[in-house]
Design a binder for this molecule. Structure first.
Ligand SMILES: Nc1nc2c(ncn2[C@@H]2O[C@H](COP(=O)(O)OP(=O)(O)OP(=O)(O)O)[C@@H](O)[C@H]2O)c(=O)[nH]1
Ligand SMILES: [Mg+2]
Ligand SMILES: [Zn+2]
Length: 278
């Protein structure tokens, strides 16, 4: 039978099939380190094999992510370079990024307008407030396997708590108890929600550019949906987007079709990737 791994606890895996959950061990030849939450597995009495993955994240350890909700807020002020790195990482891994502006209750119109202007051609944008229990717009976007990301204190845990309600509260108590006993690695669980699953972890608070190391520097611009329509205007296919005489991006930056911030962050990301490759 085919099922979805929704929890990993030491060597035991919770596998869901048709709404039913079975706790299973991997068969002898299968390494437990080779099975992740989010994996689709074949099983009988034990887990027999792992089906091919769409993607894999190491921290938090999860496979087959479909969507990441990247959370920002007016306070703490957003680190938009981090946001751009996360968005790039999503596109490279085939994950749909959704930009969530939390703390609407303390957001100025100017702040909202500014963020929408920068990201309107990049990702879907949701404005919400965990404090006002206004999370329906997120819930309706949950499809497939979803997780949250974002810098500290933007409200990821508050949003997850709001979405999971009592189910999350129980988990919180449990993990605290375990931690007091002995040191534990952070567990990831998937909760069935909306039309998909939500990971109970808010573990993507920073992002390692090492994850992007394998992509060619010349390919990075293809993962910018806001740049894509203008790339054909560059004189050379291998344009480094720095020479105003030959670059279509710079031309459209001047025309106001491309965000200056997105462009500047793009150059920073390219530079840091180039340094890592050296
Ligand atoms: N005004 C306002 N405050 C909020 C809202 N959501 C969360 N907060 C507050 O923001 C602070 C941080 O929230 P957390 O949910 O802990 O943030 P986090 O993103 O999980 O932070 P880390 O776990 O450190 O990554 C808390 O004091 C929350 O009460 C909101 O919608 N409006
Ligand atoms: Mg948190
Ligand atoms: Zn160019």
């Amino acid at each position: 039978m085919k099922g979805l791994v929704i929890k990993k606890n030491a060597n035991l895996f919770s596998v869901e099939v048709n709404g039913e959950v079975k706790d299973l061990l991997p068969r002898g030849t299968l390494k437990k380190d080779g099975i992740y939450v989010g994996d689709v597995v074949e099983f009988n009495e034990t887990i027999e094999k792992v089906y091919a993955r769409k993607n894999l994240m190491i921290r938090p350890p999860m496979a087959n992510l479909d969507k990441i909700f990247i959370v920002i807020s007016p306070s703490p002020q957003p680190d938009l370079l981090l946001v751009d790195k996360m968005i790039l990482c999503c596109f490279v891994k085939g994950i749909t990024p959704i930009l969530v502006i939390n703390k609407e209750d303390i957001s100025s119109q100017e702040f909202l307008k500014n963020i929408k202007k920068i990201y309107k051609n990049v990702a879907k944008i949701i404005v919400c407030s965990a404090k006002k229990q206004d999370v329906e717009k997120i819930k309706s976007q949950i499809k497939g396997i979803c997780a949250f990301a974002g810098q500290s204190a933007v409200g990821k845990s508050s949003l997850i708590n709001e979405l999971l309600g009592e189910r999350k509260a129980q988990i919180g108590d449990l993990s605290k108890k375990i931690e007091r006993g002995k040191q534990t690695t952070r567990m990831v669980s998937l909760f069935s929600l909306g039309q998909g699953y939500l990971a109970d972890t808010a573990g993507f608070s920073s992002l390692d550019v090492n994850m992007l190391i394998d992509i060619q520097l010349r390919e990075v611009d293809k993962y910018y949906p806001d740049f894509l329509p203008y790339l054909s205007e560059c004189k050379y296919r291998s344009c480094n987007h720095k020479n105003p005489k030959e670059c279509g991006l710079l031309k459209n930056l001047d025309l106001g079709n491309i965000s200056e911030l997105r462009y500047k962050n793009y150059l920073k990301i390219i530079d840091s990737l180039a340094q890592k490759k050296r």
